[in-house]
Design a protein around this ligand. Sequence first.
Ligand SMILES: NC(=O)c1ccc[n+]([C@@H]2O[C@H](COP(=O)([O-])OP(=O)(O)OC[C@H]3O[C@@H](n4cnc5c(N)ncnc54)[C@H](OP(=O)(O)O)[C@@H]3O)[C@@H](O)[C@H]2O)c1
Length: 291
Amino acid sequence: MNILVTGSRGQLGSELQELSACSDGHHFFFYDLPDLDITSPGHVASICREHGIEVIINCAAYTAVDKAESDVDAAFRVNRDGAAVLAACAKERNALLVHISTDYVFNGTSSAPYREIDPASPLGVYGVSKWDGEERIRRIAPSHWIIRTSWLYSVYGANFVKTMLRLGAERSVLSVVADQIGTPTWAADLAAAIMSMLGQYDKHSRYAGTYHYSSEGVCSWYDFAQAIMELAGLPCKVVPVESSQYPQIAPRPYYSVLNKSAVKQEWKLEIPHWRVSLAAMLAKLQHGAKG
Ligand SMILES: NC(=O)c1ccc[n+]([C@@H]2O[C@H](COP(=O)([O-])OP(=O)(O)OC[C@H]3O[C@@H](n4cnc5c(N)ncnc54)[C@H](OP(=O)(O)O)[C@@H]3O)[C@@H](O)[C@H]2O)c1
């Protein structure tokens, strides 16, 4: 199959790029700004035509959660309108659109892991723009997988793990919020899951589904930070604080654990625990630091 990956220089796009090197039978085409802007229908259509694209994996997004609160138009342009452009192109070509969404479509008032059918109620601009993007795709593209994930990190790009490693090396004490609960996800695991799903995909069938994918397990940002220090051998002491002591511009859900039963049952995925994946990511980072 000919597969287009958008946003290919981001965390997930880079992990897919790395994995594609050992994938047989598929031709991958990786694009990011400025060579492909997903908000440009002409751009998207001509690249899909040029490469005979049968699957689009959309890793492109406006992901600056706090900045989105004041950069509202830009967030909606990429996360809602860009998703709609890709959906229209996928429909036109009878292609599958694999789109990545977020746990931030939920408001965090649940106390049980969120299922795909639970009502969305995003708290901030980023979450609303991602939810609107999902809805456009459901309306436009007959073949789509919407995969919601949470707390992504990778050896590529900037993320919480890398920030903690930097601060942990600079400081002896660090305060981290302990009342926001979720699950970290190594983007390499998500990339492997997408590859596995594609390996089971029959292009003559129509698929429309929303799936949750994160690592196994549950933790707070405080637990996550502590594990990073411990596994990286940093002596920095992590102190738990409440969100009210660490005000952020965008509101975040207090609880955003995702229920992954559907993706595990339907696609027979085995999902690692977040601590196991964190250790693997840190080992990879040690063997060859990425920017
Ligand atoms: N990061 C998380 O914690 C997290 C959590 C849950 C869900 N997700 C979702 O997971 C997906 C992948 O996230 P990620 O962390 O890999 O994102 P990322 O690292 O921010 O990468 C996104 C990529 O998309 C590019 N991009 C932005 N606007 C574009 C446009 N108009 N056309 C084409 N490319 C564009 C970005 O380029 P620039 O860098 O030049 O802007 C960047 O290379 C996203 O859908 C995100 O919403 C992320």
